[in-house]
Every structure is written in C-alpha cells, then in structure tokens.
Design a protein around this ligand. Structure first.
Ligand SMILES: [Zn+2]
Length: 252
C-alpha cells in the first residue's frame, strides 16, 4: 500500500497475519496510512488501494467493523484540520505509474514481524467455519464403511427449502436409507421384507436403482448408477416423481 502527496511520494509497509481477513488487513492499512497524513505538511493526499471490498466497506460506513469506525473518526479529524484525503480504487497494479514502489514495499513487508491486529469475533466466523468443515470432512473421509458415505461423500448443506414439508421428509428418508416401508419390520419384530417383484431384500437402494420391475418408469426420471450420483445430480422432483409413479410415496 502506498500514498502520495502533492510534493512527495512516501511509502508505508506493514505485515499482518495470514489468518487475518484480507479486507481487514487492507482497511487497517488505509487507516494507518491516513494517520500518517497527520504528520505531513502537505494538505492534499491520495491513497490508492486495489481492494474494492475495503473501499466499499468504508464508503458504505460499515460501522460494525471497528477498523472502519476508527478510520472514519480519523478521517473526520483530518478533514477538520484542513487536510483532504481521497481514496482511489485501482483495479489492478498493471499500468499504474509508481507501482514498482508499491510492489517492492509489499514484498519487503513479508520480512517484517507480524503486526498485532484486533478484530471483531464476526471477522473470524468464516475462517472458524471453514476450519471446522475441513476437520469434519477429514473425519468423514475415514468413514468409507458407513453406508451414508456413499450417499454423500462430500459434506455440505443440502437445500430442500423449495420442497413441501412432506416431500422434504420423504426425500430425507430416501437419502438416509431408512423408511417405514423398508425398516418398520425392526419395530414390529418381523422378518426383513422382500421386493414383491423379484424376491430381493427390500431396500431403498433396490427400489431406486436395482429393481428391474421399475426400469421403464425409472428411465423416464433418471439414469444413474449410484445413490451418490442420484442425490447429487438428479433434481429432487424427479426422484419424488419416480417414487410417486411406482406407488410408494405414501408408504415411505
Ligand atoms: Zn425388486
């Protein structure tokens, strides 16, 4: 990051932890540079930044970010003392005169010790959530023998909000492979039911993928070879349409 005055070109560098959000680092940089304007004799300054998100946060006065609040306070004080600071977005460093100075300053900052930055807890939400997701996925990757692993090897939220409550319930039962049709025998202390068409064990996978009796109907709705492919690639309405068409919707 660098800033210019009417008569001087000055540079300022600092290094922030890689764990800090990039926008936070940029806002802090702009804030620190603007404070340095206080000690300069010049009246007019232009601060250039390639971080559009940081400049928008400042322009939109996202005061929930403590650093934006501090920057605006400093900016007001500088304005009251007769100094003019203009923030300018540069989409990239290409073709901007003097950017060799900025790039050089940025590279040299890597050798500096880390500057401690305070940040609000909300700034860390995304990083914490991503970290937990990675830990969860790593644990799930080791559970290949779990029958649900083949249905959803890549963890993540499944959005069923467009479905009715009943459709969502049916689809979730199909995804976990537990339905009244295929599993009520456990509660009733009966033998596992068989498919009435081919005498195979009646399972969700058998109905959705394997039973030849449903081949013709199945072809009208989807053509897949695994449950993962089915639930990952096929529209939920097609799966529900198939289940309705073969007359099992109310039995699940
Ligand atoms: Zn069958």
């Amino acid at each position: 990051m660098f800033f210019l005055t009417a008569s001087n070109r000055l540079k300022f560098t600092f290094n922030v932890s890689s764990g800090s959000r990039k926008a936070l680092g940029n806002i802090t940089g702009i804030s620190t540079v603007s404070r340095n304007c206080t000690t300069c004799n010049s009246k007019k300054f232009a601060i250039f930044s390639d971080s559009l998100s940081s400049l928008l946060a400042i322009n939109n006065r996202h005061l929930e970010t403590g650093y934006v609040q501090k920057l605006i306070t400093d900016y007001s004080q500088l304005s009251n003392s007769g100094k003019i600071i203009i923030l300018i977005w540069i989409p990239s460093h290409i073709g901007i005169r003097g950017n060799d100075l900025a790039d050089e300053a940025a590279k040299s900052a890597l050798n500096l010790s880390m500057s401690a930055l305070k940040c609000s807890a909300t700034d860390l939400y995304t990083d914490v959530a991503n970290h937990c997701q990675r830990l969860w996925q790593a644990e799930w990757d080791g559970c290949v023998l779990n029958k649900l692993h083949s249905v959803k090897p890549l963890l993540g939220y499944s959005n069923l909000s467009s479905l009715s409550r009943q459709d969502a319930v049916v689809l979730r039962r199909l995804r976990i492979g537990h339905t009244r049709l295929t599993h009520s025998y456990l509660l009733n202390r009966q033998d596992q039911p068989e498919c009435s068409h081919c005498a195979c064990a009646l399972t969700v996978a058998h109905v959705l993928l394997e039973c030849n009796h449903y081949n013709v109907v199945r072809q009208r709705y989807f053509n897949v070879s695994s449950l993962h492919e089915l639930f990952d690639m096929v529209n939920a309405q097609n799966i529900l349409g198939f289940i309705r068409d073969i007359g099992l919707y109310r039995l699940l």
